[in-house]
Ligand binder design. Structure first.
Ligand SMILES: Nc1ncnc2c1ncn2[C@@H]1O[C@H](COP(=O)(O)OP(=O)(O)OP(=O)(O)O)[C@@H](O)[C@H]1O
Ligand SMILES: [Mg+2]
Length: 456
């Protein structure tokens, strides 16, 4: 049984008793115990100083679980008891949630209290007996590191501010999909309906709406507008719709966030999501920001944006068989904490440098692997000609460049220059550094790629 399933279940049990979800330390402890580790090993693996502290946290959890499950749970019987009870436990006084898991089998999970405030209105879509989760197209998370703050931010938004549109944005491979899936896994019980779609696989909004209604076993009325029916559902039930790979809605070769003609209905949908009153949320995951994701006043508008940066600690490198731990942070920083780059470069370091990170760093090269070149090439090819010019100019310098110097070096109109620069920021390829003068800098890995492979 995968550890994510165990984490979800334990989280639901703990939430039921305490009203709080598992914190990061508790998650690490559950994961460690599930993997048969000693308290000392768990403390070492997750960087906690005291094995006693891990023991105390574990005993607290055993107490809660024993209470919830009606059996005495301790370290030695944790795995066997949890595994046995997970499949047979009956949730007293609660409705049931049908979760369609990655393996398309049906699991039974507890359903938390829901706020179905409009239960007697016309057009009622009745889900009072069951709730439905379709995560078939979401990745299964087996290892998850770091990101405590980001998970807390998402939780805080969803539990206290009821945002109707959240975007999770950042560079290719930075960990957006993984973060959101982890968040969803830990918060399944908060929603009546959860559906996960990737624009890469299911690009049409019409099909997505039909799939949502199929999932909840409700028929769309053919003569009525589909969006109207969807918003009836979003008003009556607490739904979470996750759309991944949203950048595929936008046109390649133009400035960021320009919808392809055939996907213009998404613009209307995203706007309606924020303007119409309802109790549901839409999470958009992508590499590129569009107008509808912008929020200048987070207090005033139900729109949130999480810009995902790279990982900032070396936990992810721990189980990959590397040597020279003192050099890991330098490696992490060199590859901007991007998990995809790190996975790739670690495999090179293991096969060519015998796993010795310091030997690799001594080469003093920002090595680009084939996988990195492929991803970076895709990013460069998506740029508009104006953005390509700006990027080529920025790549000539190892230092951040001021707006004035950059503009002087380019033969672009003021409008093209400013729009191009802003568009590159919406793609997370250029960041601005505020000071006496605002400076602009390229992502270092992208700069290296442009410098080597994109010069005309
Ligand atoms: N917090 C994390 N802990 C462990 N592994 C991670 C973490 N974040 C990302 N990864 C790993 O890095 C890889 C890339 O992550 P992910 O697919 O989430 O990136 P992404 O930002 O969605 O990329 P893209 O823009 O290409 O869709 C995955 O293989 C994932 O397992
Ligand atoms: Mg992704």
């Amino acid at each position: 049984m995968p550890v994510t399933e165990i984490l979800q279940w334990v989280d639901q049990l703990v939430f039921k008793q305490t009203g709080n979800h598992l914190n990061n330390l508790q998650k690490n402890v559950v994961q460690g115990i599930w993997e048969g580790k000693t308290y000392a090993e768990i403390a070492k693996e997750f960087g906690y100083h005291s094995e006693n502290h891990i023991g105390n946290v574990s005993r607290e959890l055993y107490k809660i679980l024993s209470n919830q499950l009606g059996e005495d749970i301790n370290k030695s019987n944790f795995c066997s008891t949890i595994e046995r009870l997970k499949n047979s436990f009956n949730w007293p006084n609660s409705s049931q949630v049908i979760c369609i898991g990655n393996n398309s089998s049906f699991n039974v999970c507890p359903l938390n209290q829901k706020n179905n405030s409009n239960s007697n209105k016309d057009n009622q879509i009745n889900l009072t007996e069951k709730s439905y989760h379709d995560l078939t197209l979401a990745p299964k998370i087996t290892h998850f590191y770091d990101r405590t703050l980001e998970l807390q931010t998402l939780s805080r938004w969803l539990t206290t501010q009821n945002p109707r549109l959240i975007s999770v944005l950042g560079l290719s491979g930075i960990g957006k999909t993984t973060l959101v899936k982890q968040f969803v896994d830990l918060n399944l019980s908060q929603f009546d309906v959860i559906i996960w779609k990737s624009i890469k696989l299911s690009p049409f909004l019409d099909t997505i709406i039909t799939d949502i209604f199929t999932l909840i076993n409700s028929e769309l009325i053919q003569t009525d507008n589909k969006l109207t029916q969807l918003f009836n559902l979003l008003r009556q039930q607490k739904c979470l719709i996750v759309l991944d790979d949203v950048q595929d809605l936008f046109t390649s070769g133009q400035l960021a966030g320009n919808y392809k003609t055939e996907y213009k209905d998404y613009k209307t949908f995203f706007t309606m999501m924020t303007e119409i009153e309802h109790q549901s949320s839409l999470i958009l995951i992508g590499q590129e920001q569009c107008q509808e994701m912008l929020c200048l006043d987070e207090q005033l508008y139900p729109v949130k944006c999480l810009d995902l940066k790279g990982l900032d600690n070396t936990d992810i490198l721990k189980n990959w068989g590397l040597k020279d731990e003192q050099s890991w942070l330098a490696l992490l920083n060199l590859y901007e904490g991007n998990p995809v780059y790190l996975k790739d470069i670690v495999s090179t370091i293991k096969s060519i440098f015998g796993g010795k990170v310091s030997d690799f760093l001594r080469e003093d090269t920002l090595l680009l692997t084939e996988e990195m070149k492929f991803r970076l090439g895709e990013l460069f090819d998506r740029l508009s000609p104006i953005e390509q010019q700006i990027v080529l100019e920025l790549s000539k310098s190892n230092q951040p460049v001021s707006r004035e110097d950059l503009r002087d070096a380019l033969a672009l109109s003021s409008t093209d220059f400013i729009n191009g620069l802003q568009s590159l920021q919406k793609r997370y390829l250029v960041k601005s550094i505020e000071g006496e003068k605002v400076l602009f800098d390229l992502s270092p890995v992208f700069r290296e790629y442009v410098r080597i492979y994109c010069q005309k």
